[in-house]
Write a protein that binds this ligand. Structure first.
Ligand SMILES: Nc1ncnc2c1ncn2[C@@H]1O[C@H](COP(=O)(O)OP(=O)(O)O)[C@@H](O)[C@H]1O
Ligand SMILES: [Mg+2]
Length: 241
């Protein structure tokens, strides 16, 4: 029988709810407004991999690799050490995207070329975990939303076909009640979708996480509260009974 291999996220409280972690070799989307913890989630996913001797790649589009290292260090993850040992690479998305012939002012991205360059790098490094934070720039098109959706589908299909990694893609969300699938990172195309949100609780803002979707996983639709803690990163509160 086919058994879904699991990739632990390293997030305290989350892995037991996911039957051990993300389905291996698939793409998981983390959506949320700025400041909700997407990048920290992504860093924690890589930190857990490094603890397990699984190499990782972090592709950043919004922040410099230095910013990423600084953010990780502020939580307590010494990523510099792993960069020196070549267990971790932090890449600028621009490296992959701006060198493309049609890139530039039109912001047209050749997904095929970007993924194949990235796949070569994944192979070279022997990476098991890959983060695109955010994934939007890989599918930016000036054309209509329909084309964009095709582009996202292509990105996810190509990643699955050409990389053995488990992939974490982040994407911005607009506030609740609005459309969540901003930038066309449609939830139904990925193997898993997690939404990070700020919610009002007893007159105060609290951080919350919903697992909207996880392939092959019996996950209950609950909103879970979490905190970002120095030394640990994201820590989920136990679900309320
Ligand atoms: N070292 C830290 N200790 C505790 N909380 C932190 C630390 N670093 C960042 N945070 C919290 O995480 C938030 C940013 O999370 P981040 O993952 O960058 O969000 P996003 O990527 O969704 O914009 C910050 O606004 C801050 O509240
Ligand atoms: Mg971020």
């Amino acid at each position: 029988m086919l058994i879904t291999e699991r990739v632990p996220t390293g997030i305290v409280g989350l892995d037991p709810l996911l039957e051990g972690g993300f389905p291996q070799g698939r793409s998981i989307l983390i959506t949320g407004e700025p400041g909700t913890g997407k990048s920290i989630f992504a860093l924690q996913f890589l930190a857990e991999g490094l603890n397990r001797n699984e190499k990782g790649i972090f592709v950043t589009a919004d922040e410099s690799p230095m910013d990423i290292l600084e953010q990780a260090a502020s939580i307590g993850w010494d990523f510099e050490r792993h960069i020196e040992t070549k267990d971790l690479s932090i890449l600028n998305a621009g490296t992959y995207l701006s060198s493309l012939p049609s890139a530039g002012k039109e912001r047209h991205v050749d997904v095929q070329k970007a993924v194949s360059d990235l796949a070569n790098f994944v192979k070279q490094l022997g990476a098991k975990r890959l983060v695109l934070d955010p994934a939007g720039p890989f599918v930016l098109l000036r054309d209509s939303a329909v084309r964009m959706q095709d582009q996202v589908r292509l990105l996810i299909k190509l990643m699955r076909a050409s990389m053995p990694t488990t992939n974490l893609l982040t994407s911005y969300a607009v506030p609740r009640t609005g459309e969540r699938s901003m930038h066309g990172m449609e939830e139904y195309l990925v193997a898993g979708a997690i939404v990070l949100e700020m919610v009002w609780k007893n007159g105060e803002l609290a951080r919350s996480l919903i697992v909207e979707k996880m392939r092959c996983t019996d996950v209950k639709p609950t909103q879970l509260e979490f905190e970002i803690v120095k030394g640990q990163g994201i820590v989920l509160h136990p679900p309320l009974r």
